[in-house]
Write a protein that binds this ligand. Structure first.
Ligand SMILES: [Zn+2]
Length: 326
């Protein structure tokens, strides 16, 4: 069922009891208390009326728990304001997504990440140079990998490539999107499988410690732009099947584009003063799946928590005649 990535040995068969055999007392037992508890902020930094007057940090760092950090790009630096993830294991660290701004002098994501890694190593008696950093992303859109280049010369670091073949190859997959692989961070497994539909090249990621399921731009609290409906529906079916057979604490996507009252924020805004939480429930995922079953044509469908934008990319619910460009 699972093919290891032979050249790098990143992934193995789906998790067995490896976490119970962690040999050294110094090693952290990430599976001792699952789901590892954590908390999201009550409110993320969400922009300002004028970007010129914005004094928030370029990257907001939120430690979900002591081994998991979520980062968010300041909306003044990119209206996309994508989220990024850091998962720490005994041997390596996985960073998912790298934001929407390229230049380190404009937006020093690498410095922020190095600071997080340094602090984690200090807290847990590790040497930074002994921790491998893996940089991967949810899908092949630049708001999810633009700052990858900042890490190219970083020691002990491996980066996912920017083609479909390199993405799939990074995880050693030979049967995308159905195949599910397990990345071992050192006593902490991340399960990964294909989740196309928004674009062709997209993954879902599940952290066995926090039991957080990351669905990228394929499913998030905002406008899920679905380019390939049939593939997206199949990906939703895979997510539902997964949730039927695995505990899922939260479903998280990469953006927030909706207010707490369900308002669809206009495309490109840099201020979302009353934005809804990033995390979603499994019940909200299931509700979206039920709504999706009724969709037979292009259009925008609200599920109560997300907008399913079936082949309507670039439009919002405020566009009264989105197809008339003349
Ligand atoms: Zn995106």
């Amino acid at each position: 069922m699972v093919v290891p990535f032979a050249s790098a040995a990143l992934v193995t068969a789906e998790p067995g009891p490896q976490t119970a055999t962690t040999p050294s007392a110094e090693r952290i037992d990430f599976m001792a208390n699952v789901p590892a508890p954590g908390a999201f902020p009550g409110k993320w930094i969400c922009g300002s009326p004028s970007c010129m007057d914005n004094h928030d940090p370029p990257v907001q760092v939120h430690w979900y728990n002591e081994h998991t950090a979520f980062l968010r790009q300041n909306k003044a630096y990119s209206y996309e304001a994508p989220f990024m993830h850091l998962y720490f294991g005994n041997d390596r660290i996985l960073m998912l997504d790298q934001g929407f701004t390229t230049l380190r002098t404009d937006w020093a994501l690498r410095d922020v990440v190095d600071d997080c890694i340094g602090k984690w190593c200090l807290r847990h008696g590790r040497r930074v140079e002994n921790m491998e950093l893996l940089l991967a992303f949810s899908h092949l859109h630049s708001d999810h990998y633009a700052a990858l280049n900042q890490f190219i010369d970083r020691p002990n670091t491996r980066c996912m490539g920017l083609t479909h073949e390199e993405m799939v190859g990074f995880w050693g997959m030979t049967n995308y999107p159905e195949e599910r692989v397990a990345l071992d961070l050192g006593g902490r497994n991340i399960l990964i499988w294909g989740s196309p539909g928004h674009v062709i090249s997209e993954f879902a990621y599940y952290d066995t410690s926090t039991q957080i399921l990351y669905t990228g731009d394929m499913f998030y609290r905002g406008r899920c732009y679905i380019s390939f409906w049939d593939k997206w529906f199949d990906s939703m079916t895979r997510l539902i099947d997964f949730a039927d057979t695995h505990p899922v604490a939260h479903v998280v996507g990469c953006h927030v584009e909706i207010s707490r009252t369900g308002e669809d924020y206009p495309y490109g805004v840099t201020y979302q003063p009353d934005e809804a939480p990033m995390q979603l429930t499994v019940a909200e995922l299931r509700k979206a799946y039920e709504v999706a079953k009724t969709v037979t044509r292009p259009g925008i469908y609200f599920t109560g928590s997300v907008f399913l934008c079936n082949q309507t990319r670039g439009t919002t619910t405020s566009d009264t005649n989105p197809y008339a460009y003349s």
